[in-house]
Design a protein around this ligand. Sequence first.
Ligand SMILES: [Zn+2]
Length: 129
Amino acid sequence: MEEKRCHYCGGLFIPDPRVGHRQKACSIACQRLRKKENNRAFTEKNPAYWSERYEEVKQWRQRHPDYQRRWRQTKRRGRSPSEIQAERLRKTIEFAERVHLFLREIQAEILLKSITIPMKKAPLILKVH
Ligand SMILES: [Zn+2]
């Protein structure tokens, strides 16, 4: 199997023979990035998907009130307290990253506005004179 360059970290890797040339990520960490990117692309392509599904999901959850609690229990089974703590830390970091990205988007919007406003005002001033 020929070496490939990872689309995410740029490192070289040997693809899993079961995946072959289709493999784009070298490691679990890069696969997580790939999954995140795919999820983001899906949501961008289908912006109403989650809000449209919400009513249906809400009704299903009312019919299965114990589902979430049981799901959490099976997920935590066999995990040590430090593994659970590490998972919480990972989720918190992911949340902080999302907030950071969101703030950067707002900052970019503000910067763009401060550039476009004087440009919009300029022709008006010219008309007045
Ligand atoms: Zn990689």
